[in-house]
Design a protein around this ligand. Structure first.
Ligand code: PAF
Length: 294
């Protein structure tokens, strides 16, 4: 594995790979790699000739009172994991490399509507920070395919829209959420849970599943369901930001034209804020019955 802190050097290596006809898959990360990231890397290895991973804790996507300074940074361990997975290139730039003129002078990329709802409401500016850094990383790597986890469902939807709107010739691939045996979605922030909170944390996924089951059984009063699920989360010890049933394509309210639902939740549990989602494909011939779930 070749490692670079400077984007120019990486670009030189990739140019010769591309000239030789190799396809490039790219996995952008913020490091502190867990099995969820490793699954993205393995997928990348299956579908492309060369795999690039980036590790960059992007300050532009953190709000003032968020966990930028305490975000776990484990570069040495991350490098070992990527090396043993057979990754070809690792880019780990510093903040000056990505924002040489400072973040205040940075041109921003903003995907409207999709960025303003759900996590965008609770974290103003977050998705503009994500879209901007992902655009910059895409420009550096110029991959054929980029791979993201479905745990960050809204982030994935925003990046898919951004790539379409800005005519970027990159295929975006979403990979299923990696979970612990008890259902908790893997996340770098899980490490902040206390022993007691770790026992409660899987309840987030359980409540999402219960909500999906109720809808699959024909219950279609979504507001009532959302309220009920918020109460369940609060009773379990969470401090929820939202629990919402949405159209999986628009991330807006469900309409009669909706083909796939996504139920998304974000909730603080002690120090970390956890997010998760489940989807449900509606079968029109069964009148809102269930076809497939994830
Ligand atoms: O999902 C993440 O880890 C980050 O939001 C990303 C896509 C690497 C951008 O900083």
């Amino acid at each position: 594995m070749k490692t670079y802190s400077r984007s120019k050097q990486l670009r030189i290596s990739l140019t010769s790979d591309k000239r030789n006809g190799n396809t490039i898959a790219f996995v952008p990360t913020m490091g502190n790699l867990h099995d969820g990231h490793i699954q993205l890397v393995r997928r990348a290895k299956q579908i492309a000739d060369k795999v690039v991973v980036s590790i960059f804790v992007n300050p532009l996507q953190f709000g003032v009172n968020e966990d930028l300074s305490s975000y776990p940074r484990t570069l040495a361990a991350d490098k070992e994991k990527l090396f043993s997975e057979g990754v070809d290139y690792l880019l780990y730039p510093d903040v000056e490399e990505i924002y040489p003129h400072g973040m205040n002078k940075q041109t921003l990329v903003m995907v409207p509507d999709l960025s303003d709802t759900l996590c965008g409401e609770a974290r103003p500016g977050h998705f503009s920070g994500v879209s901007t850094v992902v655009t910059k990383l895409f420009q550096i790597v110029q991959p054929d395919i980029a791979i993201f986890g479905k745990k960050d469902f809204q982030q994935l939807a925003i990046i898919e829209k951004m790539v379409k709107d800005l005519c970027m010739p990159i295929e975006i691939l979403g990979v299923e959420t990696a979970r612990d045996v008890d259902g908790l979605a893997l996340s770098s922030r899980n490490g902040f849970l206390t022993e007691q909170e770790r026992l409660i944390a899987p309840k987030l996924h359980k409540v999402l599943q219960e909500c999906r089951n109720a809808i699959a059984c024909g219950f279609d009063s979504y507001q009532e369901l959302e309220q009920h699920c918020l109460e369940k989360l609060k009773a379990a010890g969470f401090d929820p930001d939202y629990f919402s049933v949405r159209d999986a394509e628009t991330l807006q309210e469900v309409t009669p034209a909706t083909e796939q639902l996504v139920i998304l939740a974000a909730a603080k549990l002690g120090r970390p804020r956890l997010i998760d989602n489940v989807t449900l494909t509606l079968n029109p011939s069964q009148d809102w019955g269930m076809l497939a779930t994830h």
